[in-house]
Design a protein around this ligand. Structure first.
Ligand code: DHB
Length: 312
């Protein structure tokens, strides 16, 4: 009776939960595990043109209220993920999967996107504008001029379904400025949020990850209020053709419910998936369904975006 099915870019998914890029998605084996779980689909680790080793370990640490990471874009290179996705298109033609990617420079981003454009890939592409962990490379989406230049260049040749992964913004003016740019382009979705960049976690007298003297992206419970604010701010500002994927601080069905209430059409799980494994999808889905049932909601459409405000 109660369904958590959803659509993104016109593609149907039987569940609105999936992994967040970076967790359980580096290898085909990990991707196959997410695919075989209760998740509706998967997204790959953000692919660069070539294989990258990433930053020195330890570079990811689970902590009581979340996680801190400075992975540095370790990945198997575009062809590894694209080849797997092309295989799946043959073996599972009724399912749609997400390819995450970004270049180490705008030129490399265009090279990668052009390869995807001329390939037979029929799925959804997520351009990651928010990696906080490569020394010397700022998070692209905090630079509105560069972001607009990249998007205008990309849409000159890229005609497949494309969305962007965003870092969290913290100022109303930045929500306004970012949304005004995104509304100029035929984006299918924005994904809010990537980790809160460059936090510091300390145990006794020491940092807990090696790269960048311990600075790393923060995920988990710490970031849910920021994630919900970003989901809702863009839901309020973006044209209806641009959907929202909600990511950040999803530990329970209640957290997923709140993301959807703020406007999310899909909800991604990162830190909790890392801590708990793919069994998290079944647990969170059943918790979400219980809440829907209790409230008399049969589908996500019954409450998506319907966050209530306190009247003046
Ligand atoms: C990495 C971290 C991110 O938050 C991201 O968006 C992309 C890459 C990383 O360090 O690998």
């Amino acid at each position: 009776m109660v369904s958590t099915s959803t659509q993104i870019a016109g593609f149907a998914f039987d569940n609105c939960l999936m992994n967040a890029a970076g967790v359980a998605c580096m290898t085909k084996e990990e991707l196959a595990e997410v695919k075989g779980s209760a998740a509706g689909t998967f997204v790959t680790k953000t692919a660069t043109l070539e294989f990258r080793q990433g930053n020195p370990e330890p570079r990811y640490q689970d902590v009581p209220l979340g996680s801190i990471n400075s992975m540095g874009l370790p990945n198997n290179g575009l062809d590894y993920y694209l080849d797997y996705l092309l295989e799946l298109q043959e073996s599972e033609p009724n399912r749609t999967f997400f390819l995450s990617l970004v270049g180490m420079s705008p030129e490399e981003t265009h090279t990668i996107l052009k390869k995807v454009q001329v390939s037979d890939f029929k799925g959804i592409t997520e351009l990651n504008l928010s990696c906080p962990n490569v020394p010397g490379k700022p998070q692209i989406a905090y630079d509105f001029e560069t972001t607009e230049k990249i998007l205008s260049e990309v849409f000159a040749y890229f005609t497949k379904p494309l969305g962007i992964k965003l870092p969290p913004y913290f100022d109303i003016v930045h929500f306004d400025q970012a949304a005004a740019i995104f509304n100029k382009y035929p984006l299918k979705f924005v994904n809010c949020v990537n980790s809160i960049g460059n936090g510091l976690y300390i145990e006794d007298e020491s940092v807990v990850i090696r790269p960048k003297n311990g600075f790393g992206g923060i995920g988990g419970q710490y970031i849910k209020p920021t994630a919900l604010a970003n989901v809702h701010a863009f839901y309020q500002r973006l044209k209806p053709e641009i959907q929202i994927i909600g990511t950040g601080g999803v530990l329970t069905g209640r957290d997923a419910f709140e993301h959807i209430l703020c406007g999310a059409s899909m909800v991604q799980v990162g830190t909790t998936l890392h801590k708990e494994g793919v069994a998290a999808f079944e647990r969170i889905t059943s918790e979400l369904k219980d809440i829907m049932e209790e409230k008399g909601y049969e589908s996500l459409e019954d409450f998506r975006g319907k966050l209530k405000y306190i009247e003046e």
